[in-house]
Design a protein around this ligand. Structure first.
Ligand SMILES: *Cc1c(COP(=O)(O)O)cnc(C)c1O
Length: 392
């Protein structure tokens, strides 16, 4: 099974069948598990083996199928699923860090990740240094003897900066720190962060893994040692377990993940070609597009440019709002990785909390919009974007 290719793993890995031999994975909607004898219960609390469960906050067969399938895809020794992507991010950092420790983080982060690192960690006595993630010299200068974690989004939101995972990992490992990568934007289909050097990889399964905008979920992947000794004790006692229903949706989502992401990336390429040089655009940002500052690194690190593209319009907020409001197919929503194409204006929504200086520093201007490409026909999307740009 280890030498299966990704698409085969996405359909078959982790499947467990009950005595009924059901073809599609069963949804085990149960909180608890019954024991045959008191001795069996005692033994399971000392150490639960494969396919032995105690309570759904600790594990559940449907959740386990999801964990094993994504671990197989990612090439990780183990995985632990969580109630949301933020439960995965915060649980990872809280389980690894204690007061007096230091973390180095890329500054271009998903809004809630930024809140966890900037506000909560510092409030709890953990020192934080933010760096420009694309600048290896800044990473190199930031590590200290008490640095425990390097944290980054390999493809950042919403500016789609590409961070050199191998480069950061080499620096972090030399300093004795663990590299944690939030890989949502790059997707598990297009980027193999563990092979590039990362130690822990996190997904919000809410995005591409569900892929149809239904359920919240998350997952943390790493070594068996990390998952079982560090992450699991924290997560199973603090509470954010993935519900079996959501796990079942995610498990079935994995079966079509590669097909969906490849179709979305192909549409991104079509849109990049179709919009290149448009007179209403100051910038068109896509990691594989000509003119992206890290295009070469993106092509080395990813097998496609992802499913999101960003535009910077001439004319600021007024032009951006007119453009967004004129779209007929692309829907206004701050979500991403959905079957439906979605557009958001970060300055007034997801990144509203940031100061003007922080936004300027990250390259998020008033004319900036982020578009998550869905599964609609590419030509229809291009026509929609073009007619709306005329109104901007
Ligand atoms: C959405 C997202 C998260 C948080 O995931 P939730 O499932 O919404 O909690 C974290 N990081 C990135 C990069 C995301 O896009």
């Amino acid at each position: 099974m280890d030498n299966w290719n990704a698409k085969t793993k996405l359909v078959h890995s982790g499947t467990k069948r009950s005595q009924f031999g059901e073809l599609s994975e069963a949804m085990f909607l149960t909180q608890g598990f019954a024991y045959d004898t008191a001795e069996q219960a005692e033994a399971r609390f000392i150490e639960s083996g494969e396919d032995e469960y105690i309570y759904a906050r600790y594990g559940n067969p449907t959740v386990r199928m999801f964990e094993e399938r994504i671990a197989a895809l990612e090439g990780a020794e183990d995985a632990f699923a969580t109630a949301s992507g933020m439960a995965a991010v915060s649980g990872t950092l809280f389980s690894m860090l204690r007061a007096g420790d230091h973390i180095v983080s890329a500054k271009a982060l998903f809004g809630s990740c930024l809140f966890v690192v900037e506000d909560i960690l510092q409030r709890w006595g953990i020192e934080v240094t933010f760096v420009d993630g694309t600048n290896l010299d800044e990473w190199r200068a930031a590590f200290k003897p008490n640095t425990k974690v390097a944290f980054l989004e390999a493809l950042s939101n919403p500016t789609l900066e590409v961070i050199d995972i191998a480069g950061v990992s080499e620096i972090a490992h030399a300093a004795g720190a663990t590299v944690v990568v939030d890989n949502v934007f790059a997707t598990p289909v297009f980027q193999r962060s563990l092979e590039l050097g990362a130690d822990v990889v996190i997904y919000s399964a809410t995005k591409h893994i569900d892929g149809q905008g239904r359920c919240l979920g998350g997952v943390v992947l790493g070594t068996k040692e990390f998952i079982r000794k560090t992450f699991e004790p924290f997560n199973k006692h603090t509470g954010p377990a993935l519900s079996p229903f959501n796990a079942w949706v995610m498990l079935k989502g994995l079966e079509t993940l590669a097909l969906r992401c490849e179709a979305q990336a192909a549409t991104c390429n079509l849109l990049v070609d179709g919009l290149a040089g448009h007179n209403k655009l100051k910038r068109l940002i896509y990691p594989f597009a000509d003119g992206h500052p890290q295009q070469a690194l993106a092509k080395q690190q990813m097998t496609a440019g992802g499913t999101v593209l960003s535009l910077d319009l001439h004319g600021g907020k007024d032009a951006a709002f007119k453009f967004i409001n004129a779209l007929n197919i692309i829907t206004i929503s701050n979500n991403l990785g959905d079957a439906k194409s979605l557009i958001t204006h970060p300055t007034t929504t997801t990144h509203q909390r940031l100061s003007d200086e922080q936004r300027a520093d990250l390259g998020i201007t008033d004319g900036f919009v982020r578009i998550s490409i869905g599964l609609e026909d590419g030509q229809d999307l291009l026509d929609d974007l073009k007619q709306a740009l005329e109104k901007a």
